[in-house]
Design a protein. Structure first.
Length: 695
């Protein structure tokens, strides 16, 4: 009864209050003053070996987090590019006393997190297990195993990853953007290649470790359920005896932006989109008065779905799924970058819109609403970040490394809220270049370069490793050979047309490795154009594709879908089990020799193929062996464009015909790459295949 009386009284009170107060809901409430945040100052210690220890005591949760950072600055790797990354990965491969499996088990047993990188380490655990976790992190940093076995494994993985990204426009863009902005010899512009990774030895890893993994210029931040005294005692116990090389920050020369806006193009013929980046170098530090205005200016230009770039390039024009910008603050030169993945035919138009929106924020004062929204974003984001111990653990060391005021983070919201529209325009004019920007475009150049030139932009061509390409050089390098002769030589190399025409069926059995799993694949073909592929795992059918010469279907995980009219037409263009015979026998196929390219270090003729349906692909035939060593094509599945690359090797004789027994297949879609390794185990000709197989 009392509960109902209380509810009734509360209802009357609410009604009375509403009657007394008139609220104008058409107006946004005026925000109050930004608070000074309550962030505890760390207790600071300095170990004799140079490690600065910062401890923030917080007993709200029974958990402790430690973050160890080595402030070495940008490191030049030169001909050993990739050594820093590979060394960082090897720190997680066990210690001198604990092999990787035992180390991982020790971490899992206490439910902790222990991560090692090329610049330090991180660990987090419940209070009762923190000492164990912290000791494991320290052991991994001080006494890495660095075994030859681990090195060989990680090096192979790195090379496989580079090969998988070889034709990915997004991966190429990530590489060349900084290389062109900073220069290839600058530590922020250099990049790893198959050649530089192949150069690496285990001794290189050990040498890099000895030089850069050291207590010198190191910061250890411990935050959580621990007293400063206990934290100091633990840090001393684990790290005090550690010795290492002395570090000094490198001195890097300033790199100039282009005197006039230029467009740098990297041609990736099979790219399904253009990767566009508008870049200029900036000198901006967190300690600069411009820092907070620059954050807000960047958000208004390209920080989210309500930004200028997003609303213009996506919502208004439909050129892209999203366009964004970013600006970095650093003790060294960093970048302002506006970017998007754009539909290829709209590349030249998108460039004009990018530059137009950058010009807009430099010349038009932002509205009160735009500025208020940007401030709300940063206020909310920063407040939420305070709930993450891993983030707050970096505050103390960042203040020291970047030479920031002690109250930098405490007064963060006040500084954000103090920014004016005039501040935004001022920093946009200073850091977001319009007249001296570098526009980097990676994509199918033949589809957009002429449009860019017609619009009056100066265009420079580069290869996928940021080397200048002299206009017309490729045409001059085109070999004096007919495409039909390249195909005839291939046919002769694998057995000759007479022998190939004797083959009426093929039954091939293969294994396929992908993402650590092994599957079995069986492919059967019968003239003129029947084929069936079945992929199984643990004797269960994972995927099946069938074509009986007139119709067919695809089946995946129990779901069956009939082939489309377009897919059927595509399959019907081939009437031979060796498609190169169709190239020669069907005049509807168009073949063009485009040049000579390197494939796995050897010269290969690049032959562009257009089939009777208009679909294009590219074959690469080794100049010496005459064999097909690579094929590139683009397919569309469920509305998504997928670029496929097949690298063929290990040709063996079956009867009188040569077949490739190894294939590396790379699929690129939506900026993500996936690699399959295919190994043939058996090939049968003219046996084991019947018409019933294609039902």
């Amino acid at each position: 009864m009392k509960k109902f009386i209380m509810i009734a009284a509360l209802a009357l009170l609410v009604q009375y209050t509403q009657a007394q107060i008139t609220i104008d809901r058409s107006k946004q409430p005026t925000p109050g003053p930004a608070p000074v945040l309550s962030i505890k100052d760390p207790v600071m210690y300095k170990l004799p070996n140079g490690i600065t220890v910062l401890v923030v005591e917080d007993h709200r949760l029974p958990k402790v987090t430690a973050n160890f950072v080595i402030d070495a600055g940008p490191i030049t790797e030169g001909s050993k590019a990739g050594v820093q990354s590979l060394m960082g990965n090897m720190l997680s491969e066990g210690t001198k006393t604990l092999p990787k499996a035992a180390f991982d088990e020790a971490v899992d047993k206490i439910g902790a997190t222990v991560n090692l990188t090329s610049t330090g380490g991180f660990t987090s655990a419940l209070t009762r297990y923190f000492k164990n976790a912290f000791t494991l992190m320290g052991q991994a940093l001080k006494e890495p195993a660095f075994t030859q076995e681990s090195f060989d494994k990680l090096k192979t993985q790195e090379l496989t990853g580079l090969k998988a990204q070889e034709k990915s426009a997004k991966a190429i863009a990530q590489r060349v953007d900084n290389a062109l902005a900073y220069g290839k010899t600058h530590p922020n512009g250099e990049f790893e290649t198959e050649e530089t990774v192949q150069n690496l030895t285990l001794q290189d890893i050990k040498d890099f470790y000895s030089k850069y993994i050291t207590p010198s210029r190191s910061y250890l931040t411990i935050i959580g359920d621990i007293t400063p005294a206990d934290a100091k005692l633990l840090a001393t116990e684990v790290f005090d005896s550690w010795k290492g090389a002395m570090l000094t920050l490198p001195k890097l020369p300033e790199v100039a932006n282009p005197a006039k806006t230029e467009i740098d193009v990297v041609d990736v013929p099979n790219a399904v989109q253009s990767e566009i980046s508008v870049i200029n170098l900036v000198s901006l530090r967190k300690s600069d008065p411009d820092y907070f205005p620059a954050l807000l200016a960047n958000y208004i230009l390209g920080g989210g779905p309500e930004s200028y770039l997003f609303m213009d390039l996506r919502e208004k024009h439909g050129f892209t799924y999203g366009a964004y910008s970013s600006i970095s603050a650093n003790r060294f030169q960093s970048t302002f970058d506006a970017s998007a993945s754009v539909r290829t035919p709209k590349t030249d138009s998108a460039v004009a819109e990018f530059l137009g929106q950058i010009k807009r924020i430099r010349t038009e004062k932002v509205s009160d609403e735009e500025l208020r929204t940007a401030k709300a974003l940063y206020n909310g984001s920063f407040a939420l970040g305070l709930e993450d111990p891993a983030r707050t653990a970096t505050f103390a060391s960042t203040i020291l490394i970047d030479n920031l005021p002690a109250d930098f983070y405490k007064t963060y919201l006040q500084k954000v809220n103090a920014v004016t529209a005039d501040d935004v325009m001022r920093v946009a004019q200073k850091y977001m270049d319009y007249d001296g920007a570098r526009v980097v475009i990676v994509g199918n150049a033949s589809k957009f370069v002429d449009g860019l030139k017609e619009a009056g932009y100066p265009v420079k061509m580069y290869d996928k490793f940021a080397n200048p390409v002299v206009e017309g050089a490729n045409a001059a390098a085109t070999p004096d050979v007919k495409a039909s002769d390249v195909i005839k030589n291939y046919i002769d190399a694998i057995g000759g047309a007479a022998e190939l025409n004797k083959v009426t069926s093929i039954d091939a059995t293969m294994t396929m490795a992908v993402q650590g799993m092994t599957m079995n694949l069986n492919e059967k073909k019968m003239v003129p154009n029947k084929d069936v592929e079945t992929i199984t795992m643990n004797n269960n059918i994972v995927m099946k594709s069938v074509f009986d010469g007139n119709t067919g279907y695809q089946q995946q995980m129990g779901n069956k879908k009939d082939l489309t009219a377009e897919e059927i037409a595509q399959k019907k263009v081939f009437t031979s089990l060796t498609q190169q015979l169709d190239y020669l026998n069907n005049p509807a196929f168009k073949l063009t020799v485009k040049g000579i390219q390197k494939v796995n270090g050897a010269n290969a003729y690049q032959v562009d193929v257009t089939d009777p349906t208009g679909k294009t692909s590219t074959d690469y035939y080794d100049v010496q062996s005459k064999l097909l060593v690579k094929n590139e094509s683009t397919t569309v599945s469920d509305g998504n464009s997928i670029m496929q690359t097949f690298e063929l090797s290990d040709y063996r004789k079956v009867g009188n015909i040569m077949f490739p027994y190894k294939s590396t297949i790379t699929q690129s879609a939506g900026g993500k790459d996936q690699t399959f390794l295919l190994n043939v185990t058996d090939v049968k000709l003219n046996t084991g295949v019947t018409a019933d197989d294609f039902k």
